[in-house]
Design a protein around this ligand. Sequence first.
Ligand code: FES
Length: 581
Amino acid sequence: MALIENERPGGLRSRSWFGATGRHGMAYRSWMRSQGFTPEVFDGRPVIGIATTWSELAPCNVHLHRVAESVKRGVWQAGGFPLEFPAMALGETLLRPTAMLYRNLLAMEAEELIRANPLDGVVLLSGCDKTTPGLLMAAASVDLPAVMVTGGPMLSGKYKGTDVGSGTAVWRFEEDLLAGRMTQEECAFAEGCMARSNGHCMTMGTASTMASMAEALGMQLPYSATWPAVDARRFETAQRAGQVIVGLVREDLRPSAIMTRAAFENAIRVNAAIGGSTNAVIHLLAIAGRLGVPLSLDDFDVLARDVPTLVNLQPSGTYLMEDFCYAGGLPAVMRELDDRGLLHSGAMTVTGAGVGANVADAPCWNRDVIKAFAEPFQPAGTGTAVLRGNLAPDGAVIKQSAASQHLLKHRGQALVFDSPSAYYAVAEDPALEVDEDTVLVIRYCGPRGYPGMPEVSNVPLPKKLLLRGLRDMVRICDGRMSGTAYGTVVLHVAPEAATGGPLALVRSGDWITLDVPARTLTLEVSPEELASRRAAWQPPAPHASRGWTRLYTERVLQANEGADLDFLVGASGHGVPLDNH
Ligand code: FES
């Protein structure tokens, strides 16, 4: 990269723009003044970027422009100069083939925007699933002072007198519709009942999980993950974040000093305690890769084994994010862990204090929502498990808390589909040869295969089994599963089928053994037979001859490495680029 050695009059990189003399300085300042700023904004105060992933195409983030206004208040209060700018908004529900295809593009875009502009620090506004990890990856690679403010969850869904969780209820309603327990009209009515305010999914799905991860990592202020999107305290916290970022710039406290190995270990344990999404595994691996923090798939299993699930939230439990907030939010959970020595309490956070100090007095107001460590919602060792075996040499994961206990040790014959759509074409066929012991294998859904590794792994059960009252069966896939979903689903199988992983060699009728307690996933086919099948295997045709999809599929890493692009791993820092004219 063509960078100049950074001379910083006043110690801030923004001075290379706004403190410049001659035609360069005139150009940098004059066009900014077209917005009506008074000249003293160029007096050497910290310039704070507010990266907003606002878009009407990303409904979970649609209120972030208002959140940005609160951040600006705080920045002005603290003597900074706030400038809001858009970063790619990734809406989980609309983007096809999957928002995950674009997480790395958001990370790359935001990284370049932060570095190329006269910014001294940045506030990251996210919400929907991929926007939080995408912006954290960007901040890690630039390593300027940064604070995250997630947009907060929606209010609880209310349908016919009961609480319904976004995402989680969708999967259930679909099964109820297929099984004849619900009508199409009831489903249409339920749509409006589930999503009734601004905010992201209010189950412990990926958005809530990643907001919690950002807080556990120390990158957002305490309680930030749980205030509902429409709660006044969400905006108060945003204003506080605006104040805080100015201080972080003055102290030069940067993401690399916050997101350390200790912080990632804290996040992994918090993820186990909240019953968080399996997607956190991929995203945390990718963020750590940007920082050069050593983190492996096995860390998620080993570190989580001592941690019980404390939070009773859907999809694993009963309640929703609004209840979690009123019960005490993430600090109450982290305090439980810290009291048992399961947090690195000295890990630095954006408050300028260690995480232990932040949560030391955190109260819990409802022990049915946030369980005490001594009486957990689910015992230690029932979080995300990492499986290995000849079917997943580089690993696979399963969310035990969302699975059926009786299926965690299971042997069955494979029924194989090369795409979700191939399965859906026959899923309602009463003649489909499937029973409760069958292991459904859905493949070519990995980072390269689909492409983008979509959340398609938890396909609904075949209709004939649903009509018999069956609610779960073992499914195995190289794709991901929504954090709002449930079921005994083995995910993230690596290497994926599209790269010739063993999953590509499975045939219907093969026996597969899943043994979660032993952490194994075994295809009962001899090495000789697998070698002969491999010799006959043909890789799928490329998805694209040009553009982002071509770049992505050629350079994406596997799930166990965080599915980042290989050339984006690491950091380029925040040196000031060469002058533009
Ligand atoms: Fe955006 Fe669930 S769809 S958070």
